[in-house]
Ligand binder design. Structure first.
Ligand code: SF4
Ligand code: SF4
Length: 314
């Protein structure tokens, strides 16, 4: 099982490919849509402190729009880890933990309309197992009880009512779409290795070694390795699709990345260049996985094993 912090729990639908990923596994209470819980927020802002909030490209665009900034400017100003995690560096508050960069102690979240899925879901999480979606909360005790015990005195809401009120659907569509795109990029890297001259060449082991190195890099180092142009293409693409049409946004992003990869591929003249492109595409997939809260070092081992099982004997 795979998870992302602060409420977004995801599991790749391609479970067979990802069943070895367990680094961030935890104990969850599984909920039904009818379960009624103390889901009326106290608005104390305690859960806006000390959290890890991973951002997919659609979420970066939504946050940037809330600030009326171009996406790449928002990324430079308010994100870390190569543009995939929200900066958590405002003045400390609850438990002396640093507040989110989007948190104002007087007025709360300054990007409320564009807040990420993790924030909309919290204190709930979302688990995707193949095509099945379920909602959970972390641990056996309701998460708000630690910081906001007074939540018990506020009206109960069903899980279904809560999700509707939080308008989670566009964010869920983006999350699922980007999981698919992460898989497509990994498949592209596999294709560049398995279906080209690389498969029979001396460079194939080097390619797998490079995949592993890319998976082990820090998120910042991986972003540096990809370079600014590819980081922009992956995390802050200039797309025409409206942010309100989430599926179209992700689809256009996929087409944009695929076109760029194909363009780079069409100019390749040496095996060494082919190997570099293959490693770059794997880096794109892993960095996008990171944006979805997935552990890159474990993801890459899975792809390496998949590649090894399909490579011809030498
Ligand atoms: S911990 Fe729960 S009740 Fe408190 S601010 Fe966060 S969501 Fe609201
Ligand atoms: S984006 Fe808004 S809701 Fe989410 S942690 Fe930051 S301040 Fe809180």
């Amino acid at each position: 099982m795979i998870r992302a912090k602060q409420g977004t729990v995801v599991q790749d639908k391609h479970e067979d490919e990802c069943s070895n990923i367990s680094e961030r596994e935890s104990v969850y209470t599984v909920l039904s849509p009818e379960d009624r819980l103390p889901l009326t927020c106290t608005r104390a802002g305690t859960c806006c402190h000390g959290k890890e909030i991973w951002l997919n490209p659609w979420e970066i665009a939504c946050l940037a729009q809330a600030h009326d900034l171009p996406s790449h400017e928002f990324r430079g100003k308010y994100t870390v880890d190569g543009g995939v995690r929200l900066r958590m560096d405002s003045a400390p508050g609850w438990k002396n933990l640093l507040a989110c960069s989007q948190y104002d102690a007087g007025s709360g979240c300054v990007v409320h309309a564009g807040r990420p899925l993790a924030c909309r879901l919290f204190p709930l999480g979302r688990v995707r197992q193949r095509d099945e979606i379920s909602y959970v909360h972390e641990g056996e005790v309701f998460p708000c009880m630690e910081g906001c015990p007074e939540v018990e005195e506020l009206p109960l809401l069903s899980v279904e009512e809560y999700l509707k009120g939080q308008q989670t659907l566009p964010g869920e569509t983006a999350q699922d779409g980007y999981i698919e795109l992460m898989q497509i990029l990994a498949d592209d890297a596999l294709h560049l290795l398995l279906d080209t001259e690389l498969a029979e060449s001396d460079l194939r082991d080097e390619a797998l070694q490079h995949w592993r190195e890319v998976g082990d890099l820090s998120h910042e180092a991986r972003a540096d390795l990809m370079g600014e142009a590819w980081l922009d293409a992956l995390t802050t693409p200039a797309l025409n699709a409206s942010l309100t049409n989430t599926a179209a946004f992700v689809q256009e992003h996929e087409e944009y990345l695929e076109a760029r990869i194909e363009k780079d591929g069409s100019t390749i003249s040496t095996l060494s260049d082919l190997e570099s492109l293959c490693s770059l595409v794997m880096a794109l997939s892993l960095h996008l996985g990171t944006a979805l809260g997935l552990p890159s070092a474990q993801m890459v081992e899975h792809w390496i094993e998949t590649a090894k099982s399909h490579l011809p004997p030498q």
